[in-house]
Design a protein around this ligand. Structure first.
Ligand code: ATP
Length: 246
């Protein structure tokens, strides 16, 4: 299957501190790729390099065929990004947010109208489309943020802890939206702290102190560690057991 992200020994140093240390992995087109690790493991730093927001120190990586060192603007045109702290503006209404982001993503006003109407209709948000975002419940905001991040049909969508702080039912619904996009061929790169969500990914990588210590499908990792679930795999890795698939 076609590789849409390839990283080889990608590294980011802040001074002498290696936040990301020689990580190598690939993500295939249409794959849901989970990027896991404890707080401070280096996930956000790695993701910021892959989304063209931060220049790497060394190594190599391409995203949608573009180089992370020299083609950051091209990368940004081909991806969607939903950050941990929401990209949406609380002081704009739902429709104003859609119009604003549609413009940034280079959609025409007709496309914004059409896709915005579809989004509102599909999420059943007609009643709240004129409400300020700050009046909308958290779970809904996250679903809206995801829909907005994919409004321009990007090749890859990067989600940085998209379900943090929401209830299990909303998380489940959020994952249904992720699956729908992946079924349409969109690649999903997602960081999460929830080990049950790791099970929903096709493949995952687990970062420990800036390095990838686990890499493969959830079943491969569970077999390797003789673990019942991803929680147990995570504990093994946090203890320092290391496993890398060829
Ligand atoms: N701009 C920066 N300057 C110096 N250190 C940084 C900078 N950005 C991140 N770090 C450090 O790099 C390490 C990795 O941080 P990063 O945010 O990538 O981790 P993370 O895995 O995403 O954690 P979290 O789950 O808490 O978001 C941390 O120790 C952090 O303090």
């Amino acid at each position: 299957m076609e590789k849409i992200i390839e990283a080889h020994e990608l590294t980011k140093k802040f001074g002498e501190f290696k936040a990301v240390n020689k990580i190598s992995f690939d993500v295939k087109k249409g794959e849901i790729f989970g990027f896991l690790g404890a707080n401070g493991a280096g996930k956000s730093t790695a993701m910021r390099m892959l989304t063209g927001l931060l220049s790497p120190t060394s190594g190599a990586a391409t995203v949608a065929g573009f180089d992370v060192f020299s083609q950051q603007e091209e990368i940004k045109k081909n991806i969607g990004y939903m950050s941990q702290k929401f990209s949406l503006y609380n002081d704009l209404t739902l429709m104003e947010n859609i119009t604003f982001y549609g413009g940034i993503y280079g959609l025409s006003s007709n496309e914004i109208k059409e896709r915005g109407a579809l989004l509102i209709d599909r999420l059943g948000l007609t009643d709240i489309k004129k409400k300020l975002l700050k009046e909308v419940p958290l779970g809904w905001k996250q679903k809206i943020a995801f829909s907005v991040a994919t409004l321009h049909n990007p090749k890859i969508v990067f989600l940085d802890e998209p379900t943090g702080g929401v209830d299990p039912i909303t998380r489940r619904q959020f994952w249904e939206m992720i699956y729908e996009k992946a079924d349409q061929g969109m690649t999903v790169f997602v960081t999460t702290h929830y080990m049950d969500e790791a099970e929903y990914c096709h493949r995952i990588s687990m970062m420990v102190h800036g390095e990838i210590h686990g890499y493969g499908s959830p079943n491969q990792l569970k077999e390797e560690f003789n673990a019942q679930n991803m929680d147990e795999v995570f504990i093994h890795l946090a203890r320092g057991d290391q496993y890398k698939l060829k």
